[in-house]
Design a protein around this ligand. Structure first.
Ligand code: ADP
Ligand code: MG
Length: 315
C-alpha cells in the first residue's frame, strides 16, 4: 500500500465571518497527481496556504509525510516544492540566479546545486533565457521560471497553485507535460485549477471543491459515475414545435430536453442508441436539423449535478 503523503482532517478556516474552508478533509498518497478542482473563490489557495503553515486555521489537523505540519518544521518544508498562484521571483536576479537562489535555500553543496539548477533550466526549457531578468519574460516564460524555482531542489511533494492561468498554449502544454514527467520521476503532485480539462488530463485523482467543502473525490471516471447523466445530445434545428419536444421528453432514458436559440439540448441517463431514437422522432415529424453531436459527461456536469451551478462560465 502506498504511503500517505498528505492528510488533512476537518480543516476549518475563517476570514472573519467568511468560512473559507468548511470541515475540509483530504488524504493524498505517494505518487499521485492529485487535483483540487473548484471555481474561483472555492478555497483552493487557502487550503494550500494552510497546508504549508503559511496561514493559521481555526480547527482540524494537517500531517505531511506522517508529521504534524508547523511553521518551523523545516525538515518537512525542505521536501516540498511550492509554485504559488502569484508568481514569486526576485526581479533583481536573472533567470539562472533566481533558480540558484531558491535551490540554495535547501541545497548547500555548490557542485550539486549547479547540477540541479542546470537540470531545472533544461526541464522548463529556459536555456535561451538564463541571463534574462524576470521583467523581460512573457507570462508563460515567467511561469516556467516560477516552476523551475520551485522544483530545482528535487522535492518529494510538489504543489502547484493554478500554474497555467494567463499562460500561452505552448507554455501551458510544456507545464502540463512537465508535471506528468516530475510525477514519473517519483514526485507526488498537488495541482489546483479551475480548468476541468487540465485536471482531467493530468490528475490521477481529483477532489471537487465548492465553498470550502470537498464535495466529491475520485478518479475522473469515478466522479462521472457518481452522477445521473451519462450523455448529452445537442441538435441544431430551427422552429422545433412543442409537440415534438414533448415526444422527445417522453423517450425512455431522456430526463431533460431544453430548446433555446435554435439548439436542442437533451440529457440522457443510461440506455443505448439514444441519439438514433432522438433522430427517429425528428425524422418522423419531418424536422430538418444541422449539426448533431453526443457528449459524455464532463467534470462540469458532475459539478452541475452536485451543486446546481456551473463550474465556470463558457469562455
Ligand atoms: P481559490 O483559490 O479557490 O480561488 P481562495 O482560497 O483564494 O479561493 O479564497 C476562498 C475564499 O476566501 C474566497 O471567498 C476569498 O474571497 C476569501 N479570501 C481569500 N483570502 C482572503 C483574505 N486574506 N481575507 C479575507 N478573505 C479572503
Ligand atoms: Mg486560488
Amino acid at each position: 500500500m502506498e504511503n500517505t503523503v498528505v492528510k488533512i482532517e476537518n480543516l476549518v478556516k475563517r476570514y472573519k465571518e467568511l468560512i473559507a474552508l468548511d470541515h475540509f478533509s483530504l488524504e493524498i498518497k505517494e505518487c499521485e497527481v492529485f487535483g483540487l478542482l473548484g471555481p474561483n473563490g472555492s478555497g483552493k489557495t487557502t487550503a494550500i496556504n494552510c497546508l504549508l503553515s503559511l496561514l493559521t486555521f481555526d480547527k482540524g489537523s494537517i500531517e505531511i509525510f506522517g508529521q504534524r505540519m508547523a511553521p518551523d518544521n523545516y525538515g518537512v518544508k525542505s521536501q516540498i516544492g511550492v509554485i504559488m498562484q502569484n508568481v514569486a521571483v526576485i526581479n533583481e536576479l536573472t533567470v539562472r540566479e533566481n533558480i540558484d537562489y531558491f535551490c540554495g535555500l535547501y541545497i548547500r553543496d555548490k557542485t550539486l546545486r549547479q547540477q540541479y539548477v542546470k537540470e531545472a533550466i533544461e526541464f522548463v526549457g529556459l536555456e535561451d533565457f538564463v541571463k534574462f531578468y524576470p521583467k523581460k519574460l512573457s507570462g508563460g516564460l515567467l511561469r516556467r521560471l516560477n516552476i523551475a524555482c520551485g522544483i530545482a531542489h528535487k522535492p518529494r511533494l510538489i504543489i502547484l497553485d493554478e500554474p497555467t492561468v494567463a499562460v500561452d498554449p505552448q507554455s501551458r502544454n510544456k507545464i502540463l507535460d512537465g508535471i506528468t514527467e516530475l510525477n514519473k520521476q517519483g514526485a507526488t503532485v498537488i495541482y489546483t485549477s479551475h480548468y476541468m480539462e487540465e485536471v482531467e488530463q493530468i490528475c490521477t485523482r481529483i477532489a471537487i471543491i465548492d465553498r470550502g467543502k470537498n464535495i466529491a473525490i475520485g478518479t475522473t471516471d469515478e466522479l462521472k459515475r457518481m452522477i445521473h447523466n451519462t450523455e448529452t445530445i445537442t441538435v441544431e434545428t430551427a422552429d422545433l414545435p412543442d409537440e415534438t419536444i414533448e415526444k422527445i421528453r417522453s423517450l425512455e432514458h431522456i430526463y431533460e430536453a431544453i430548446y433555446a436559440e435554435n439548439e436542442l439540448i437533451v440529457k440522457c441517463s443510461g440506455g443505448r442508441h439514444n441519439l438514433v431514437k432522438l433522430l427517429d422522432v425528428l425524422t418522423a415529424d419531418d424536422i430538418s436539423f444541422g449539426r448533431v453531436y453526443s457528449e459524455r459527461p464532463t467534470l462540469n456536469d458532475v459539478f452541475l449535478e452536485i451543486t446546481g451551478r456551473q463550474l465556470r462560465d463558457k469562455e
